[in-house]
Ligand binder design. Structure first.
Ligand SMILES: [Fe+2]
Length: 240
């Protein structure tokens, strides 16, 4: 596996075969698409389905007496405990996926022809941070008397959202720069989400949970900077 993209026999662009490209354009004029409807019809169908379809899952009712008490107490205070539990579940799913993504990235780095092995200690450190964040979230969910094993709607959606970078990183043909680009997308989103989660915990009346996340946010900011500089180096650019 190479570290960066290289020149090869890529024939996908129109520049490579102008005559064939013209034949293709002529053919589409002779045989237009036979799919019924148009863009407006598609938009109407989407609107209709958005109105008609139900939600993606639900936040489970706490299965413990402690959870019931805490939820009732939060409700009396005018808070929405289910929003916090949903977002905690979402972050837990994301951090768990993060551990797997870094493990795949480490395997890719080790397979690199040159220079990959030196990335491994840094990637391993971030992988360990993501795992520690996972346990931090499990602890916070349990503090609220909720169930950390439940998949909340947010956890479900974030799993779908993360599936693109996961496909890029686990594809054995992608090079290190392409995989680092994918993990940068993950880290940027992770960073913004931790900020939001801390704000949510504070405004939901759980300052202790919010403070327990401060260290994780600092580490996530470091992850973004580290991955950005690794990618910069991988692309042959100089770091500022
Ligand atoms: Fe991270």
């Amino acid at each position: 596996m190479t570290k960066a993209a290289k020149l090869g026999h890529n024939m996908t662009g129109a520049q490579m075969s102008p005559d064939d490209t013209q034949s293709m354009v002529d053919y589409t004029e002779r045989r237009p698409a036979d799919v019924p409807g148009d863009a407006q019809e598609l938009k109407r169908a989407r609107e209709h389905m958005n109105r008609e379809e139900g939600d993606i899952g639900s936040v489970p009712i706490p299965g413990s007496a402690k959870g019931m008490l805490k939820t009732t107490f939060d409700k009396v205070l005018g808070n929405n405990p289910e929003v916090l539990v949903d977002k905690l579940g979402e972050r837990l799913a994301y951090e768990r996926t993060g551990v797997r993504l870094y493990e795949a990235l480490i395997a890719k780095a080790q397979a690199c022809e040159s220079g990959g092995a030196e990335l491994v200690p840094t990637l391993q450190q971030i992988r360990n941070d993501e795992q520690a964040h996972m346990f931090l979230l499990i602890n916070a969910i349990e503090t609220l008397g909720a169930d950390p094993t439940a998949m909340t709607p947010g956890a479900d959606v974030i799993g779908v959202l993360g599936s693109g970078p996961l496909k890029v990183i686990t594809d054995p043909r992608t090079n290190m720069a392409q995989a680092l680009n994918a993990i940068l997308t993950i880290e940027l989103a992770d960073n913004a989400a931790w900020e939001l989660l801390i704000k949510l915990a504070e405004q939901s009346g759980h300052p202790k949970i919010a403070r327990s996340f401060d260290g994780a946010l600092v580490e996530e900011e470091r992850h973004v900077n580290t991955i950005r500089s690794l990618l910069t180096r991988e692309l042959g650019l100089s770091n500022p």
